[in-house]
Structure formats: structure tokens, C-alpha cells
Design a protein around this ligand. Structure first.
Ligand code: C2E
Ligand code: CA
Ligand code: CA
Ligand code: CA
Length: 275
């Protein structure tokens, strides 16, 4: 198709308008989603690579939009962060995940994702503390997943908050490790308890010696810092074997289980919810 430069720009601007309108519409719906009961939390199992014992579950937010159906968190979380709705939503996820985990019969950890916006705008220490008291969840069972972008803003402030959260007995995991901006600097100055290797490295590991080398380097880093490393996105037995041979501590991915509303039966009757 032959289109002049002018037409092309016009079309592009119309598209951008449409995208912006769509984001505004979603933002408006996001503000009402809690009240309308449209959110739920799914849980994905995390296991020890050598024994395949369950070490925890990651809480992953799900949104069933009344007209659009399921919207991916990868699509709506950035919008929620931009419009500020993430503050209420993040609090809702934390409260719901802690309350649900407190009712499980086992003592598995619950890992909850934290948005950088939450660290910047609410009294997170107070919030975490009161939710733990309210739900009765032992602080030892709560892990907060943060990305490096959480820390690149006001470092001193972020560090102060994370130290106070750790003082409650809650642990901190660095999510999507290897994809951020200041990886080594982050490791050097932050009080984290786990490194999660981003899925992209494992995805390429079978075919790319470079990706394997990066995984190996992160594992070596974890060993020397005495911090356990979890690999994300394990889908095949081959990938699991690779992690095993490299000495990775924990893994999470479709191979062990997809995120689900109920903690799966494979964990045995002990882990089913009480009611
Ligand atoms: P994330 O924290 O890196 O979470 C892992 C994502 O990888 C999840 O996508 C999970 O379903 C997916 N996943 C797990 N195993 C596999 C696998 O073997 N193969 C593949 N292809 N994917 C796998 P999900 O649930 O769509 O969430 C996407 C992102 O949205 C999350 O990435 C996280 O950044 C964000 N998110 C989800 N829930 C929350 C939340 O409650 N709060 C905040 N702030 N962000 C959240
Ligand atoms: Ca995560
Ligand atoms: Ca991740
Ligand atoms: Ca990710």
C-alpha cells in the first residue's frame, strides 16, 4: 500500500489516541474493580530443585473484567501504577494473600509482589505490620518480591524501609534479577534474602551458552553472598536438569504448576484450605 508520509503520521496519531483512550478506560475500571469483586489471587508453587520439596507460593493477581474477560497483570499493573490505583490494589493483594495463606494447613511461604509505587507512597512498614497482625500470618512466612527499579529512586529511603520490613521478620526477594539497571550495586547494598533469576535466561539457556554463563554467574554470586537463588519459568525437565547440574536452589514454573486459585492437591491434604 502506498501512503504518503502525512497519511502515515495521521494514522499513527489516531492509533495513539485509541491506545490512550483505552488506557484511560481501563484505569477508570481499575478504580472500581476491588469494590466490584473482580480481583482474585492465584498461587504458583516454588520448589527446591534437589528434593522438589515445596518452599513457597507466589501470589499473582488476576482481574476478570466484566466486558473484556481476563486482563493480564502485565497489561494492567503498569496502568494501575500510572494512575495510582496500585496503592489500593497492592494493599488488597497483600491482605488477601496473607489471609489465605494463614488458613492453609501447611507452613509454606507466601511471596507477594510489591510495586515500586507502593514503596514510594504509603507507610509500607505500618501496612505490612498491621496486615500480619490482622491476618495472624507469621512474619517468617511472608516474602516480598521487589524489582531493582524499586530501589533506583531514593536509595537511602528505600533501604531504610526495607530494613524496617526485615526487622518485622519478613524476607525480601529480588525479582527479575539480571534485567534491571544496577544489579551488582543493588546486591552490594540491599538486605535481600533471595535472588529470582528472570525467566528470559532459562528460556534461552538450552541453546545459548551466553545465557547459561549468566545463570552460572548469578548462581556463583548467590553462593558467595550466601543467598539462595530461584530460577523462574521452568517449563521442561531438561531445564530442571540444567538447573540441578548448575546447583540452583529453587525453581518455579509451569513444569511444577501453573498459577491456580487453590493451592494444588499435589501438596497433599495438609495444604488444602481449612474452609
Ligand atoms: P512476575 O512477578 O515475574 O511473575 C511471574 C510471571 O511469569 C507470572 O505472570 C507467571 O504466571 C508467569 N510464569 C510462571 N511460570 C511460567 C512458565 O513456566 N512459563 C511462562 N511462560 N510464564 C510463567 P503473570 O501472572 O501474568 O504476571 C505478570 C507480571 O505482573 C508479574 O511478573 C508481576 O510483575 C506482575 N504482577 C502480578 N501480580 C502482581 C501483584 O499482585 N502486584 C504487582 N505489583 N505486580 C504483579
Ligand atoms: Ca514476582
Ligand atoms: Ca519475576
Ligand atoms: Ca517478570
Amino acid at each position: 500500500a502506498k501512503s504518503t508520509h502525512g497519511e502515515h503520521v495521521c494514522f499513527y496519531e489516531a492509533r495513539m489516541d485509541e491506545v490512550a483512550r483505552d488506557r484511560r478506560a481501563l484505569a477508570k475500571d481499575l478504580w472500581q474493580a476491588i469494590g466490584r469483586n473482580e480481583f482474585s489471587v492465584h498461587y504458583q508453587v516454588q520448589k527446591a530443585v534437589d528434593t522438589q520439596e515445596i518452599t513457597g507460593y507466589e501470589a499473582l493477581l488476576r482481574w476478570k473484567h466484566p466486558e473484556r474477560g481476563h486482563v493480564s497483570p502485565a497489561d494492567f499493573i503498569p496502568i494501575a501504577e500510572e494512575c495510582g490505583a496500585i496503592l489500593d490494589i497492592g494493599e488488597w493483594v497483600l491482605r488477601t494473600a496473607c489471609a489465605e495463606a494463614a488458613s492453609w494447613h501447611n507452613q509454606a511461604k507466601i511471596a507477594v509482589n510489591l510495586s515500586p509505587v507502593q514503596l514510594g507512597h504509603v507507610d509500607l512498614v505500618h501496612l505490612v505490620h498491621s496486615i500480619l497482625i490482622e491476618t495472624g500470618l507469621s512474619p517468617r512466612r511472608l516474602e516480598l518480591e521487589i524489582t531493582e527499579s524499586t530501589i533506583i529512586g531514593d536509595k537511602a529511603r528505600a533501604l531504610h524501609i526495607l530494613r524496617q520490613i526485615k526487622a518485622l521478620g519478613v524476607t525480601i526477594a529480588i525479582d527479575d534479577f539480571g534485567t534491571g539497571y544496577s544489579s551488582l550495586d543493588t546486591l552490594n547494598s540491599f538486605p535481600f534474602d533471595k535472588i529470582k533469576i528472570d525467566r528470559s535466561f532459562l528460556l534461552e539457556a538450552e541453546h545459548s551458552p551466553q545465557a547459561r554463563a549468566i545463570i552460572r554467574a548469578i548462581l556463583a554470586l548467590g553462593k558467595s553472598l550466601q543467598v539462595p537463588v530461584l530460577a523462574e519459568g521452568v517449563e521442561t525437565v531438561t531445564q530442571l536438569e540444567l538447573l540441578k547440574s548448575e546447583g540452583c536452589d529453587e525453581a518455579q514454573g509451569y513444569y511444577f504448576g501453573r498459577p491456580a486459585a487453590l493451592v494444588p492437591d499435589e501438596a497433599g491434604p495438609d495444604i488444602r484450605r481449612s474452609a
